[in-house]
Design a protein around this ligand. Structure first.
Ligand code: 13P
Length: 254
């Protein structure tokens, strides 16, 4: 782990815990964060409906708030959408962009992902941009080519930005399936991403945190986080339980 990239553990709550149970989960995460020390950054991404309430819960703690999505316009007649400035007002510092579920179910393209990265950065939200291949692409030996193409869509934007963004490598076949990429498989892709960043700009490669996501659990977190180019994790299922999420954070904080 490079000392300039503090481990980052982010919890993507997806479409769970959008009400009172969300506030309770945030309270439990804040409680367990007290014993964690300052060696790891903790970020949680609850659903929109509970963002404001969770913002109050985490206010005096080290737990930071992310949104799972937004629409890349500041305001306007966009029924049902949420703008980046609204997220800022709500207390968000981070936002997840390009999650495979958005690419797959909501047709988000590489160019829309790039537009969202620009918009987030312009609004002082730090993006966690997701990339990753499907099972069919991995079986066809296309993993590195697919991830390179996804990163290529926004690499110029993050290279120009003074903010250090995070990139999450989330192999689609590992999300919610219990099939975690082995540390070797994760590290291979992370190394390729790091090289692509370095080819653009060495400083970009040094400052960008690369997270692994896909069935990260307390049992496998330490081995993944021990990889030289794995700077943290983007956790789905296991982040809905405060004890599991904290155990993963502790594995990062060694
Ligand atoms: P799981 O940890 O449930 O596999 O989800 C990973 C994910 O999609 C995080 O964004």
């Amino acid at each position: 782990m490079n000392p300039s990239r503090r481990p980052l553990i982010a919890g993507n709550w997806k479409m769970y815990k959008g009400g009172r149970t969300g506030v309770e989960l945030a309270q439990d995460i804040v409680k367990s964060s007290h014993s964690l020390g300052s060696g790891v950054d903790l970020v949680i991404a609850p659903p929109f409906t509970v963002l404001a309430a969770v913002a109050s819960t985490v206010e005096d703690s080290s737990v930071q708030l992310a949104a799972q999505n937004f629409y890349p316009k500041n305001e306007g007649a966009f029924t049902g959408e949420i703008s980046p400035s609204m997220l800022k007002d709500c207390g968000c510092a981070w936002v997840i962009i390009g999650h495979s579920e958005r690419r797959q179910y909501f047709g988000e393209s590489n160019s829309f992902v790039a537009e969202k990265v620009t918009s987030a950065l312009a609004n002082d939200l730090v993006p966690i941009v997701c990339v990753g291949e499907t099972l069919a692409q991995r079986q066809a030996n296309e993993t590195l080519r697919v991830v390179e193409g996804q990163l290529n869509a926004f690499i110029d934007i993050i290279a120009r930005s003074p903010h250090a963004v995070a990139i999450a490598y989330e192999p689609v076949w590992a999300i919610g399936t219990g099939k975690v990429a082995g540390p070797g498989e994760a590290e291979e892709v992370h190394v390729a991403i790091r090289k692509q960043l370095a080819a653009k700009d060495e400083a970009l490669a040094t400052r960008t945190r690369l997270l692994y996501g896909g069935s990260v659990k307390p049992e496998n977190a330490a081995a993944l986080l021990a990889c030289a180019n794995v700077d943290g994790a983007l956790v789905g299922g296991a982040c809905l339980d405060a004890a599991s999420f904290s155990a993963i954070a502790r594995a990062a904080n060694r």
